[in-house]
Design a protein around this ligand. Structure first.
Ligand SMILES: Cc1cc2nc3c(=O)[nH]c(=O)nc-3n(C[C@H](O)[C@H](O)[C@H](O)COP(=O)(O)OP(=O)(O)OC[C@H]3O[C@@H](n4cnc5c(N)ncnc54)[C@H](O)[C@@H]3O)c2cc1C
Length: 310
């Protein structure tokens, strides 16, 4: 995650500048405000700003004139109740803004989450850096045979080296072509004076999906938790999960009560179908139940047994 000296100085200046406010602030989140939290080989997540805290959730739920918070145990109970019963609007009262640097193929998955505000680095306006994602060897896996959307065994030896070489060579060649087409000189004039260079908005099409882009991404707590439920889930691709995991930690710092309720009633909870509940009831009654007489498809059966750890 190499930052330039200028970028480091900008971050340090932001962190040194404090402002008095009557608004709620959260010391644990202030501690990491603006700091780049590394993800993958060149990516990061930075918390840029936030509004509200656990208190803002209970304040909205109680529609209070003051802070709205009571004893911590009461606030915790209320937040758990709201989470459990999907009374979601109080969570929308809190907002958070991130600066994220991520490979383009991760950004394509991420951008599907429409309930956020996004502003991306413009590769029409600026030249993209020569930074591309190369998976760490332990994440270089073969296509899964049982799941069309997943990974199988980790590649090893010559196969792994061949893939790494191809990824690096192709990315370097693509970036060299990009720079050649841009034809950029030191002070804005063409490097090769015999032609003007191709427009940035066209030259960028040469780059592959593993090149890094950046954006500011702002969302509310309810939609952030929805994003994290989907993208920190083991079914999500490792690369986007790596970002979601770091963001879950920012959630813990920001709203510890909501974070605990999120882990309890969303992240580590399970949704069980009506037929699944019938199976559980029969199992509790001591019956032997087989997939064939369960009313569940083989896949649903496997999923339920995984939840029950049977
Ligand atoms: C493991 C996994 C695999 C996936 N595979 C694919 C794939 O193969 N192909 C593919 O195209 N996508 C795929 N997706 C993307 C997925 O279908 C969703 O587009 C993405 O997860 C965003 O979810 P969302 O719509 O709930 O989020 P958001 O866009 O943030 O929306 C949040 C919620 O707001 C509501 N909402 C928002 N916009 C609308 C709207 N226009 N109409 C109605 N309700 C709305 C919905 O309730 C929605 O759940 C995959 C996602 C995951 C997690």
């Amino acid at each position: 995650m190499p930052l330039t000296d200028e970028q480091r100085q900008e971050i340090a200046a932001e962190r040194a500048d404090t402002r008095p406010t009557r608004r709620a602030t959260v010391p644990a989140l202030e501690d990491i405000l603006y700091e780049p939290l590394p993800v993958l080989d060149h990516g990061f997540v930075r918390v840029i700003d936030y509004m509200g805290d656990d208190g803002a959730i209970v304040q909205a739920a109680r529609v209070s004139y003051g802070k709205g918070t009571r004893r911590v145990s009461e606030d915790r109970g209320l937040i758990q109740y709201l989470m459990r019963h999907r009374h979601t609007t109080p969570f929308e009262m809190c907002e958070i803004k991130y600066h994220v640097k991520l490979p383009i193929f991760v950004a394509r998955q991420w951008i599907r989450h429409r309930t956020a505000n996004v502003n991306e680095y413009s590769a029409r306006y600026s030249i993209l850096d020569n930074e591309f994602y190369i998976p760490a060897p332990e994440h270089l896996a073969a296509q899964a045979t049982t799941n069309r959307q997943g990974r199988g065994a980790v590649l090893e030896g010559e196969a792994a080296q061949r893939v790494l070489d191809l990824l690096r060579e192709d990315s370097e060649r693509a970036y060299a072509g990009y720079v050649e087409m841009l034809n950029p000189g030191e002070a804005g004039q063409p490097r090769d004076a015999s032609w003007p260079g191709l427009a940035r908005e066209l030259a960028r099409m040469n780059l592959s999906l593993n090149f890094y882009t950046q954006w500011y991404w702002k969302t509310d707590l309810h939609n952030l938790m929805h994003f994290l439920t989907l993208r920190a889930d083991p079914h999500a691709q490792y690369e986007i999960r790596a970002y979601a995991d770091v963001m879950i930690d920012t959630l813990r710092r920001w709203v510890p009560l909501a974070h605990a309720a999120f882990l309890e009633y969303r992240m580590n909870a399970a949704s069980i179908s009506a037929s699944g509940i019938k199976v559980i009831r029969r199992l509790l009654a001591g019956e032997t139940v087989e997939q064939k007489d369960s009313g569940l498809s083989p896949r649903e059966w496997r999923e339920l047994m995984a939840v029950l750890e049977r």
